[in-house]
Design a binder for this molecule. Sequence first.
Ligand SMILES: Cc1ncc(COP(=O)(O)O)c(C=O)c1O
Length: 311
Amino acid sequence: MSFADMDVDTIWMDGEFVDWEDAQIHVLSHALHYGTGVFEGIRCYDTEDGPAVFRFDEHLDRLYESAKPYNLDIQHTPEELKEATLELIRRQDMESCYIRPLSFFGYDSLGVSPKNCPTRTMVACWPWGTYLGDEALEKGVDVMVSSWRKHSSSQIPTNAKATGPYINSLLAGEEARSNGYVEAIVLNKEGNVAEGPGENIFMVKDGEIYTPGLAQSILDGITRKTAITLAREKGYTVHDEAVISRSQLYTADELFFTGTAAEVTPIKTVDDNEIGSGTRGPVTKDIQQTFFDLVEGRLDGYDEWFTYVDE
Ligand SMILES: Cc1ncc(COP(=O)(O)O)c(C=O)c1O
């Protein structure tokens, strides 16, 4: 859905709430030329106790950690960003939404070094439903292994959510879509499974759960961590430092993606090979249902993971 069709009117920028149309930057801003920004993707869910941001602190921690390797000094505290976001949601009367904080090097000069460029920060939020299509959560998605490899964390920090490296995600995702698939799986430089362009990946084999470890050049996904916690609490064995080969994908009993945008999405085929019975498998369904019970506020014991908008 285009922003033009959304009921949104306010953005927080560098400490001020501004009209949506006025949130502008100069075309010679450093980040536009060199991808020098760091960002987050966060969801606010309409829980039984009102709108609540899921794992807000962890997302903000990751934003500040992402900024570190780039010496990007975010000029606002996490508390300020948090308050600004909650106020944005309130001002726009949103019950659920996707939240996008971004910090980037702005306008001063265009050497590759951002030395004198100011750090700019914005937060916006907008309504966002299922990421990979309405049927995806139930029926699963068709994916292909991309011909593009994920950059290695020895080339670009992969645990930092920086804007520039997302052109790798774009290449992989667009290649998949132009070939009729919904999403891609990217292999790392070593040829093992890394993740999706905007998702982590999990494999189920003989009742146990496997997901590539952080050394496999993946983003340290917050939904990944959530799924690991939920799965272990349900009694599953989870191997969270797995090394998964391409060929293991084809013989998996089940595969699923996790991500703030994708939530928990089953994968039904890889390169036209049916995974399991070619539909959402029982373990995926169990984790997915538990995940939605959690984020929609129906599970007890996870209160510290929610920041209520109206508290
Ligand atoms: C490359 C990549 N991997 C994994 C994820 C999933 O991370 P999270 O669950 O924190 O949204 C994302 C989404 O931000 C991503 O862009």
